[in-house]
Design a protein. Structure first.
Length: 53
């Protein structure tokens, strides 16, 4: 039985591939992502690449 996962990327470090690290590193380094005030197109692109891998 598999539980349905939410659309948003989980903060838990379950994935250790490069795409995830790239995305995670961006969210830490990017002021817009850290703010969470605005949607960051770069984070969206990285997150998409991570989930597609
Ligand atoms: Zn960002």
């Amino acid at each position: 039985m598999t539980a349905a996962r939410p659309q948003a990327p989980s903060p838990a470090p379950q994935r250790t591939d490069d795409a995830y690290k790239t995305w995670l590193g961006h969210t830490y380094a990017c002021a817009r992502c850290r703010n969470g005030a605005a949607e960051c197109p770069e984070a969206r692109r990285l997150g998409r690449a991570w989930r597609a891998s």
